[in-house]
Unconditional design. Structure first.
Length: 168
């Protein structure tokens, strides 16, 4: 019988500009679906300081825990004593174009752009749909990420896979 290599524990940071919706939802989804192997965090280059009520409502609708979610700066994760990051995923195009801090330990990075539901102006139903759509895209990408054989895949192949997930 072949011995399974244990899955390593990984810290994942989701980045967005405001850290109020998409990156927050991604953090919550991965913490819900990926524990104990993964610990997710989120941050923004210019955090709004508040989590959007619509994002919280969407997470609650999907039965994803929302305790402890807060809008915070990516500077928290570049400081000494911050969690060692294994992966950093940008989920908005603005953050992907910004000069990110130097992350200790050289985590693997990828861009998983998702349309900004907070930018939608319209009826309550249209806004709700935008948050649901963003949630569903993030949930699908995170599910694909969780299926990757992290303990047995080489770094180059892994990089190709995480990049490809951003185009799903």
């Amino acid at each position: 019988m072949e011995k399974m290599t244990p899955q390593p524990h990984c810290n994942v940071l989701f980045l967005c500009t405001g850290n109020s919706a998409r990156s927050i939802m991604a953090e919550a989804i991965l913490n819900f679906k990926g524990r104990p192997t993964f610990t997710a965090y989120s941050a923004g280059s210019h955090p709004s300081g508040a989590v959007r009520a619509e994002a919280i409502r969407q997470l609650e609708t999907a039965h994803v825990p929302v305790v402890g979610l807060r809008s915070k700066s990516w500077a928290e994760f570049a400081k000494p004593g911050a969690p060692k990051l294994d992966f950093v995923f940008t989920v908005c195009d603005s953050a992907a174009k910004e000069v990110c801090p130097i992350w200790p330990g050289q985590p693997m990075t990828a861009h998983w752009g998702v349309a900004d539901p907070a930018a939608i102006k319209g009826t309550e139903a249209e806004i709700t749909r935008a948050y649901r759509d963003a949630f569903m895209i993030l949930e699908r990408r995170i599910s694909l990420f969780l299926c990757l054989p992290l303990a047995s895949i080489d770094k180059l192949s892994l990089k190709k896979e995480v990049d490809a997930i951003g185009h799903e």
